[in-house]
Design a protein around this ligand. Structure first.
Ligand SMILES: [Zn+2]
Ligand SMILES: [Zn+2]
Ligand SMILES: [Zn+2]
Length: 257
C-alpha cells in the first residue's frame, strides 16, 4: 500500500512540474525577444536585451575609425576587453610620428563624440563647463625630450591652469604673439623655465577643480586649462611642481566658461 501511494506521489510531482514547464514555455513564447545585437539570431537571456554578456560587449564596441595621423592606413585603437578604453590613434608610436612632420604646434579641435574628447571629459569629472577640447601636437623638436623619456618613465595626465588673453586660440586654433598670454606661450614653446611666474616650478594638479584657481579668462570670458602628460616617479602631493620642462608635455587644451 505504501508503495502504491509513493508511486502516486512521484507521478503527481512529475506532472505538476511538466505543467509548470509548459506554462513557462507558453508565457516565454509570448514575450520572447531576440538578442539586440544586429546579426545575432539567438533569443535574449531572460529579462535582458542580449543573449549573452559577450554579445552585449560586442555590440557596445564602437565602430573603428581611421587613425588620427593623416596618412596612417590603420584604424584607431579600441580595446576588446574593455569597450570604454579607446583612443584616436592606432598606437602611441603613431602619435609620436605625427609630431615628426610638424614645424609649428598644431591644434585639432575634437568632435564631441571623439574618443579623446570623451576620455578628457571623463578626467575633468564635471568640474568645468567644457565648450571645446583641442588636441595639441607639438613639433618633434619640442616633444622629443618628453616622448623619448616616456618609454623609460611612467607618465600620468595632470592639469595645468594658466592665463588666457587672446581669442584667436579658442576660435581659430591659432596662437597669438602677446607674451602675457600664457596659454599661447606654452603652446608655442612647451614648458620653458623662464615662464615660471610663481614658486620654484610649474604646478600640476591631478584634478581640474584644483587648477581652476590658476586660470584667468580672456575678454570674452573664456578660460583654458591644459591636460599634460607629466613624469612622476612618486605621486604623493596634491599639487606637484617641476623645474625641468621636459618632464611635462601638454596633450590637450580644454576651453571652458
Ligand atoms: Zn546575441
Ligand atoms: Zn596610426
Ligand atoms: Zn594667446
Amino acid at each position: 500500500m505504501w508503495f502504491y501511494s509513493f508511486i502516486m506521489a512521484i507521478t503527481a510531482i512529475y506532472f505538476r512540474s511538466k505543467i509548470a514547464d509548459l506554462l513557462q514555455a507558453a508565457r516565454g513564447a509570448s514575450t520572447a525577444r531576440i538578442c539586440k545585437r544586429t546579426g545575432c539570431l539567438k533569443g535574449a537571456f531572460q529579462h535582458h536585451e542580449y543573449c549573452s554578456r559577450t554579445c552585449r560587449k560586442q555590440s557596445l564596441l564602437p565602430i573603428a575609425r581611421p587613425c588620427a595621423r593623416p596618412g596612417c592606413p590603420k584604424t584607431s585603437y579600441v580595446s576588446e576587453r574593455n569597450v570604454f578604453v579607446r583612443y584616436d590613434y592606432c598606437a602611441k608610436q603613431c602619435f609620436h610620428k605625427h609630431s615628426d612632420g610638424l614645424v609649428q604646434t598644431k591644434l585639432v579641435f575634437l568632435e564631441r563624440d571623439n574618443f579623446d574628447f570623451l576620455n578628457v571629459r571623463k578626467k575633468v569629472k564635471g568640474a568645468l563647463t567644457i565648450t571645446k577640447i583641442a588636441r595639441i601636437i607639438y613639433p618633434a623638436k619640442l616633444a622629443k625630450g618628453h616622448l623619448t623619456s616616456a618609454s623609460q618613465m611612467k607618465a600620468s595626465l595632470k592639469f595645468h591652469g594658466t592665463r588666457l588673453v587672446c581669442d584667436s586660440v579658442c576660435t581659430l586654433g591659432t596662437t597669438c604673439s602677446d607674451p602675457t598670454c600664457c596659454i599661447c606661450s606654452i603652446l608655442q614653446s612647451g614648458f620653458v623655465v623662464s615662464f615660471i611666474r610663481r614658486g620654484p616650478g610649474f604646478y600640476f594638479a591631478p584634478d581640474a577643480a584644483t587648477s581652476v584657481a590658476y586660470c584667468t579668462a580672456n575678454a570674452a570670458g573664456t578660460k583654458a586649462m591644459f591636460l599634460c602628460s607629466v613624469f612622476e616617479p612618486m605621486v604623493t602631493k596634491a599639487i606637484s611642481n617641476h623645474t625641468d620642462a621636459r618632464v611635462a608635455l601638454p596633450r590637450f587644451l580644454i576651453f571652458y566658461k
